[in-house]
Design a protein around this ligand. Structure first.
Ligand code: NAD
Length: 396
């Protein structure tokens, strides 16, 4: 048929927002839209640190895609993308091939291990529903096993990296360990919880006053920081850290040392830096007017020439504009330039605590924690309306 084909790869923040905007803006029979995703659910990456630690249910971090998009308007395909061939305007799936006129690549990022020996093999990462389930189950299993064998490494937990992911996760983990100690009749003093960060500070680049506050909150919850200490190797029974190659014996290592772009994007031949492709101001891949790369695999720079960090916030905004630009292209209209609207950053520190910057305001403690809830609920409302808020929103 002569109806243009739009293919969206990935149903993360960027993909869901793009799909919802397309289904809203496109007229009947104006285009065929296909959304490809590995799972039949969308998950909320910003919420994964909670089920990873075990402080919230896994199901509160995901929703069925069929509940989020209108399947009369969007063809949802559950499959793994294996290859993208821009020269042929084709995408190879594990069980078929799709051709497209307009492609949106939003497959998310991947953990970056910087080639640190053993990290890929031995550490766990907060990446998906399945990876998070593994972390939660592993932590619980350590407590059960400790009661039998009393090995101290079972109660030693290492979080590698004190970026936002590491800090948010360790806040939840500290809360959870307290609870696990109680239920298993183990003294909290038997548990060791380390956050190892290579940079001279936790949360590098974040407001120093808030970093100090965050560290104090976490230290009070039992976190031991090792700052300016790099993890050099990850073993099956711990990590090697710092100049003196000290070994921390630990059965649990969660790596939150950073993310990179998706390898499929590099493999498609796009020029990438750590898997991220520098896109134009209309969100298109260089040299391809009909290929948009958005979310964690894209690279854009702000006015000061610094790359925007890969966040849910920017992915959502890119998703909306990308859909609008494709509709414009189909109608022979001009695309719009992407302008990032920074709504601020809030990081949770476990129950009742958070730090954040909104505009030029610094927030901490209860107020920041409340704001974090508002942000989470706002997202649920945007993608799923009141009913999703009622179903997945945490009100307490
Ligand atoms: P990141 O890259 O921001 O942080 C990784 C940290 O690991 C860095 O501080 C780095 O110095 C450290 N590190 C790297 N190698 C190390 C080593 N060998 N040993 C010890 N430490 C090492 O990654 P992230 O925290 O996963 O965040 C990814 C993106 O998502 C960022 O843009 C972040 O801002 C965003 N994010 C935002 C929020 C929020 O707004 N609440 C939450 C999570 C993530």
């Amino acid at each position: 048929s002569s109806i243009p084909k739009i293919v969206i790869l990935g149903a993360g923040y960027a993909g869901i927002l793009a799909a919802q905007r397309l289904q809203k803006d496109l007229n009947y029979n104006e285009a065929d839209v296909t959304l490809v995703n590995r799972h039949d659910y969308h998950y909320f990456t910003t919420h994964l640190h909670m089920p990873a630690a075990g402080t919230d249910k896994l199901d509160n971090a995901r929703e069925q895609i069929s509940k989020l998009v209108d399947e009369f308007k969007i063809d949802v395909v559950k499959s793994n993308v294996q290859e993208i061939i821009p020269q042929e305007k084709k995408v190879i799936l594990e069980d078929g091939t799709l051709s497209y006129d307009h492609l949106i690549i939003c497959l998310g990022g991947e953990p970056e291990t910087f080639g640190i020996p053993g990290m890929l093999e031995n550490a766990m990462t907060i990446r998906s529903i399945n990876s998070v389930r593994k972390i939660r189950d592993h932590i619980e299993a350590q407590f059960t096993a400790y009661k039998v064998d009393k090995k101290p490494e079972r109660l030693t937990f290492v979080v590698g990296g004190a970026g936002f992911t590491g800090i948010e996760f360790i806040g939840e983990l500290a809360d959870r360990l307290q609870e696990l100690c109680r239920t298993h009749g183990i003294s909290r003093s038997e548990v060791k919880l380390y956050n190892v960060e290579a940079a001279p500070t936790a949360l590098p680049g974040f407001d120093p006053e808030l970093v100090e506050y965050a560290m104090k909150v976490l230290q009070n919850k039992g976190v031991t920081f090792k700052i300016g200490v790099a993890i050099k190797e990850c073993l099956t029974d711990g990590v090697i850290v710092g100049e003196n190659s000290e070994k921390i014996h630990a059965n649990t290592v969660v790596w939150t040392g950073g993310i990179r772009g998706n390898r499929l994007v590099e493999q498609a031949g796009f020029e990438a830096m750590r898997g991220r492709v520098k896109i134009d101001e209309y969100l298109r891949a260089p040299g391809h007017e009909n290929v948009y790369i958005i979310g964690d695999s894209s690279l854009m720079f702000n006015e000061e020439g610094r790359p925007y960090p890969p966040t849910a916030q920017i992915s959502m905004q890119q998703g909306v504009l990308c859909a609008q630009n494709i509709v414009a292209a189909i109608r022979g209209q001009q695309p719009k330039k992407f302008v990032f609207s920074n709504k601020g950053t809030v990081a949770s520190l476990g129950k009742g605590e958070a730090v954040g910057v909104v505009g030029d305001r610094k927030l901490k403690g209860f107020v920041a924690a409340q704001l974090k809830k508002v942000i989470d609920i706002r997202y649920l409302f945007i993608i799923g309306g009141v009913s999703l808020v009622m179903k997945k929103g945490k009100f307490l």
